[in-house]
Structure formats: C-alpha cells, structure tokens
Design a protein around this ligand. Structure first.
Ligand code: MUC
Length: 96
C-alpha cells in the first residue's frame, strides 16, 4: 500500500544542540535504512520549509503507523498521511 506523507518538523529552539544533532543523525540512519529496504520510496525536501514529502510502500496502516511513530523526530513532527492508489491513466509499470 502506498501512502503520501507530509512531515513538518518543529524542533524546540531550546533543545540543546548536541541532543538535536544526535536525534537528526538517528533520523537520517533510520530513514536511509527504510529507503534501502524499499519501504520508504521517495523523500523530497519542501523548498523553504523544514518539511518533506515522502512516499512509503508498506503492508498496511499498522506498519505505516509503526514506521512513523518510530521516527526519532516523531515527537517534533506534525504528520499528514494520504492513501494512494494507481491512477487509471498511469503508464509506468513501476508505480503501483
Ligand atoms: O529532514 C526531514 O525532513 C525530517 C526527517 C525525515 C527523514 C529524515 O532523514 O529527516
């Protein structure tokens, strides 16, 4: 199942910089591992915002929730999820 996910990040300004850097490093490793596994298909920075648009390919809603709630930055994020399905006019074979 494909989901479009918008993640808006708001890290409190008073969080110590070492802690912020450590969380961001863990976030990067977590997301890159999921990208390598094929679960996290796309990640795009939204220009001018500390936010991203991502496409995740997961088995079900429960797996999506597990992945999103496991994000090291989860507690500093607002997340919007949109379920996707193949468009009847799509011509690419690899976008199901
Ligand atoms: O920077 C972001 O958009 C937040 C986050 C999501 C994946 C990742 O590596 O960082």
């Amino acid at each position: 199942m494909l989901f479009h996910v918008r993640m808006n990040v708001r890290i409190p300004h008073d969080l110590p910089s070492e802690e912020t850097a450590e969380i961001i490093a863990r976030e990067k490793a977590y997301s890159q591992e999921l990208q390598r596994s094929g679960k996290w298909r796309h990640i795009w920075r939204i220009a001018g915002e500390y936010a991203n648009y991502s496409v995740l390919d997961v088995n079900d809603n429960a797996e999506l929730h597990e992945i999103l709630s496991g994000l090291p930055l989860f507690k500093f994020m607002d997340i919007e999820v949109t379920p996707l399905l193949r468009h009847p006019s799509a011509i690419r074979d690899d976008d199901t």
